[in-house]
Design a protein around this ligand. Sequence first.
Ligand SMILES: [Zn+2]
Length: 322
Amino acid sequence: MGNEVVIGIDLGGTNIVIGIFNRHGELLGRHTSHTGVDGSSFTVINNMVDGMQKCLQKHSLVLSDLVGVAVGSPGFLNRKEGMIYLAPNLKWRDFPLQKVLEERLECPVILENDANAAIYGEFRKGCAREFSSAIGFTLGTGIGGGIVIENRLVHGCFDMAGELGHMTLDPQGPLCGCGNHGCLEAFASASGVKKYLQEQYPHYKDSLIYSLVDDNLDKVSPVDVYQAALQNDSFAVSVFQRVGKYLGIAAANIINIFNPPVVFFNGGMTNAGDYIMNPLLAESQQRTITASYEKTTIRFGELGSDAGLMGIGALAVEAFFC
Ligand SMILES: [Zn+2]
């Protein structure tokens, strides 16, 4: 009984991050290994199980101390059936992840969408921990999201709720990876910004952004925009204003629909700080019913790339110890 632990896994296309948590939700140890995506599902599974065993060993624990495992996975999944329907980063389609892991580990396994896990991490342990409801956006290569109402993640009928990155903000806007035009993701994700920078190159060739990458448009990223903005490059500042504007419109939509106590943003783009936050606040204030805006806190996350691990750990603790 004394050694009972759970494991939370933040499964990404590049890395597998494993955390061991005790029943009080304390992180006892962590381990990172390469996902090793090679087209065979079992390579990834072997790397996960291997990483878990190493992590347990390092902390003088064994598989039989494990009460349960929660996996935050990218892609579309069905929690009830324990299936990953489609995870392009992992090259998985219709993969019964829960069953396969349960057989290997001989303990119960639950699945959660990775963006939901990251939002739950900020909700429980990070920037929204003082609230009982929260709605968050994860800003990465794409844009994900999560909705927590009265301490529970909202999953929808088929586990597809919270796709905040695919709210349409402009029907005539740029093409999104999902096939729709003008999604938030097409405007404010790292890949959306990169595409914008590539398109705008002929008009802003003199911008510092482009000289930072020697005019190699394949390399340009929001990090270069930030470096250029710090040196008062006016185009760079306008790129962040544009990102902040669209995030602000999205925040206003969320506030008008849910009237949440807090809306937050986690992920790499938040490193741009006030370059994004100032236009975001101005835009959301302008587009939100005043009484609702005044009662909603808007902020950036605190946990950075740890949000996913902390969230999936909290979900594991709640599922297996509560
Ligand atoms: Zn989309």
